[in-house]
Ligand binder design. Structure first.
Ligand SMILES: Nc1ncnc2c1ncn2[C@@H]1O[C@H](COP(=O)(O)OP(=O)(O)OP(=O)(O)O)[C@@H](O)[C@H]1O
Ligand SMILES: [Mg+2]
Length: 260
């Protein structure tokens, strides 16, 4: 019951503004959980709380039932990986090196010594390289291993960023707006990929997907949490949430506001 990540009555205020109010949710192993809500609902704040960029004033987080105080640079060691909005790839490294960099904490000597050509790291580097290639292959982009990220189409770069996160072999993957900037066809392919992540034989991982793209979320998530003005206004399966009048109201309200 306590498996996976949980937020317990988390509250975040920025000055007088309540960005998250009493938010509880669970991301159990084997599940894709989505967080949706109109602009300003608190989705990115929630993401930042889990990454350790924002410290909540109230409530707590647990990982497998144990208290979690996330710090951005310690996430991978906890088995949590994330992709950033935009792709955040290193322009000076190849695709393969970018993905290897995602898995450095798994290497004994580390990737940095390998990059700097220091002795004693050859075997680690070879292992990392193989692993990174496997991950790229799993996402269907091994053919781009030697390319510079800047030369690739956006959809491929997005996949490289995903590969870099997966190279760390996370138990939990956090995705913030992964469909941003993608066309309909790429979104369909991404949906298929995300759906597979918890179910695949090698390195399966749970997923928390923060996204205001309704279609993607409805399509890939086992469970949804809907935020509005920092509060959970609905939670359940996509079907349950779709038919919830509170959700329609929130999105309609937002649409009316935007069209003013
Ligand atoms: N660092 C900050 N300082 C002050 N206010 C903030 C900060 N970060 C977010 N907010 C405010 O908190 C609220 C929630 O913002 P947040 O970015 O979490 O929403 P969101 O659901 O991600 O929105 P979007 O769909 O536009 O990405 C908004 O009113 C926002 O203006
Ligand atoms: Mg946001």
């Amino acid at each position: 019951m306590d498996d996976g990540l949980a937020l317990h009555q988390v509250g975040v205020r920025f000055g007088g503004l309540t960005a998250l109010d009493d938010v509880s949710l669970r991301v159990p192993p084997g599940r894709v959980v989505g967080v949706i809500g109109p602009n300003g609902a608190g989705k990115t704040t929630l993401f930042n709380v889990i990454c350790g960029f924002v410290r909540p004033q109230t409530g707590s987080l647990t990982l497998d039932g144990r208290e979690l105080r996330p710090r951005p640079h310690r996430l991978t060691r906890l088995g949590i990986a994330r992709t950033l909005q935009g792709t955040g790839l290193f322009a000076g490294l190849t695709v393969l090196e970018n993905v290897m960099a995602g898995a450095t904490h798994t290497a004994r000597a580390g990737f940095l010594p390998a990059l700097l050509g220091l002795p004693g790291s050859d075997r680690d580097e070879a292992r990392l390289r193989r692993h990174a290639l496997d991950v790229l292959d799993g996402l269907g982009i091994a053919g781009h291993a030697a390319a510079a990220p800047g030369t690739l189409p956006f959809a491929v770069r997005q996949r490289v960023a995903l590969a870099r996160a997966l190279a760390a072999r996370p138990r939990l993957l956090l995705l913030d707006e992964p469909a941003g900037g993608l066309g309909a066809e790429d979104i369909t392919a991404l949906a298929e990929l995300i759906r597979q992540l918890p179910r695949r034989a090698v390195d399966p991982c749970a997923v928390l997907l923060v996204e205001h793209h309704m279609d993607l979320v409805m399509d890939v998530c086992d469970e949804l949490v809907v935020l509005d003005f920092g509060k959970v206004i609905a939670a359940g399966t996509p079907d349950q949430v779709r038919d919830d009048p509170a959700v329609t109201d929130a999105y309609l309200g937002a649409a009316v506001e935007e069209s003013r």
